[in-house]
Design a protein around this ligand. Structure first.
Ligand code: HEM
Length: 463
């Protein structure tokens, strides 16, 4: 492993005055812009976005200072979250931080522990099997399928089933349709956040209507969670969660906001992770073959369960490597509530701090051959402590993704269930898919692959 590109400097005791280098204005392709600026200025630099100064951190120690060590000096009162608060209201994702945030997080955390998520893993596999059964009747061997669309539906089915015990009922269907519409409109808004959402353009009015429909569905689910003898789902667990300090829970309105935030946190991130995983596998037959070998040994033909997760480490490493190279939540921000010093540079109060895991996960100072997809790098004997610190697909510190265990279990189970029954090839002449940096990191305009039932594909190269 080569030395890091820049070394951590001692934090001077005297008040630092210099701002980080670089006063570039952001323009053009966002990823290329960040790569060029990091190559020119190093692991800490600043640029301007919509007239506001933004400080980029690309050294794990500096990032940990903001997210962990000095976390009290930073919050999430940044433009990005202010813009979506009217829509998503104030749940964990959009909450700026402080006592109310900590109380909500404390209350909700137990519902997201691995032991609690375990009860939902059978539903994750069942939803995947249901999709595969449909493929059996609708896809000819070798037919191309729009996997981004398939995974978008699968991810939404899994999260609505886990949260609301809702399978394909009417309310779940209405919720999914309204959510997809709101999510699309919000995605477009983020690319060009003008005029503000409060201006009643036809698109913004559609967004409001979609949100009203989502609200009605969530209310129906929340009321159902009130019924005695109702089913156990994540929503009913959160409904009865209490804060240990006073034994009180959250009111229905707050529960409602948290539910919206959970769906937003869970949906696009996992959809994109699934699409990237199978896109990469389709181009790496030897990695796909090693996975098939593991699945044959571990599963021997039956669907995967929670107990199989630790028995299939190669599948887990494929997920981890996908999240390194194509980190779906590839950027997040903080605001400095008060002045700080990072690496000897002055971070003024109100400064926006920008963390980009795509840059960090491909930093040549931490990763050998960062552009090579190599699941073996996550084998415990190969992964160094430095790399562990430089790997943060779920963020770090007290605001680390609450759904990280949910996501890792889901992604591994979905990978195992699908790869057990199908293999994939890229359509002839398909151009390489490049990341499309939207709110989350999308694979170009989507992943389309040829799908081969494994029994039929065995023994001959379907491509
Ligand atoms: C591959 C999948 C996922 C990735 C890469 C991901 C990534 C992240 C990241 C980086 C953050 C922290 C953002 C920050 O510090 O500003 C976050 C927060 C969050 N995520 Fe995830 N996430 C994923 C899946 C999920 C799932 C499945 C759920 C829910 C079931 C979820 C719910 C949330 C929530 C509620 C927050 C806010 C947590 C807080 O601030 O307390 N995420 N996620």
């Amino acid at each position: 492993m080569s030395a890091p590109a820049t070394h951590r400097r001692e934090i001077p005791t005297a008040r630092a005055t210099g701002l980080p280098p670089g006063r570039v204005s952001f323009r053009g392709d966002q990823i290329r812009f960040l790569e060029r600026a990091a190559a020119e200025h190093g692991d800490i630099f600043r640029f301007r976005l919509l007239g506001a100064p933004v400080i980029v951190l690309n050294n794990p120690d500096h990032i940990h200072q903001v997210l962990v060590g000095h976390r009290h000096r930073y919050d999430k009162e940044v433009m990005l979250y202010r813009l979506v608060r009217p829509v998503l209201r104030q749940g964990l994702i959009t909450n700026p931080g402080g006592a109310f945030y900590l109380r909500q997080r404390r209350m909700m955390q137990p519902a997201f522990r691995p032991a609690a998520i375990r009860q939902f893993t059978a539903g994750m596999t069942e939803e995947t099997q249901r999709m595969l059964d449909r493929w059996d009747t609708t896809l000819r061997p070798g037919q191309s399928a729009d996997l981004s669309q398939e995974f978008s539906e699968l991810a939404l089915h899994i999260v609505t089933r886990t949260l609301f015990s809702a399978q394909v009922g009417d309310t779940a269907r209405r919720f999914a349709a309204a959510f997809t519409e709101a999510n699309d409109i919000l995605g477009r808004f983020f690319r060009f956040p003008f005029p503000p959402l409060s201006v009643p353009t036809p698109e913004h009015l559609r967004l409001r209507r979609a949100i009203r429909r989502m609200d009605e569905c969530v209310s129906a689910f929340v009321h159902r969670a009130e019924e005695p003898g109702g089913r156990i789902d994540l929503l009913s667990i959160l409904r009865h969660a209490v804060d240990e300090s006073d034994g009180r829970g959250m009111d229905l309105e707050q529960l409602h906001h948290e539910v919206l935030n959970i769906v937003v946190g869970a949906y696009e991130t996992t959809t994109n992770a699934m699409a990237w995983t199978f896109y990469v596998l389709a181009g790496q037959p030897e990695i796909e073959a090693a996975l098939h070998e593991e699945l044959t040994t571990v599963l021997g033909g039956r669907p995967p369960t929670f107990e199989d997760l630790p028995r299939a480490p190669y599948a887990r490493r494929i997920v981890e490597e996908t999240l390194r190279m194509y980190s779906p939540a590839w950027q997040f921000m903080r605001r400095a509530r008060e002045e700080d010093t990072i690496d000897g540079y002055r971070i003024p109060a109100q400064a926006n701090i920008y963390i980009n895991s795509y840059l960090l996960h491909r930093h040549p100072g931490y990763w050998d051959d960062p552009a090579v997809f190599d699941p073996g790098r996550f084998a415990p004997e190969r992964l160094t402590d430095r790399q562990r610190r430089a790997y943060m697909p779920f963020g770090a510190g007290e605001r680390v993704c609450i759904g990280q265990h949910f996501a890792l279990m889901e992604l591994q189970l979905v990978l195992m269930a699908i790869a057990q029954r199908h293999r994939f090839t890229r359509p002839p002449g398909q151009a390489p898919i490049v990341p499309r940096p939207l709110t989350t990191l999308h694979p170009g305009s989507g992943v389309t692959l040829r799908v081969w039932p494994r029994a039929r594909a065995a023994g001959k190269d379907p491509a």
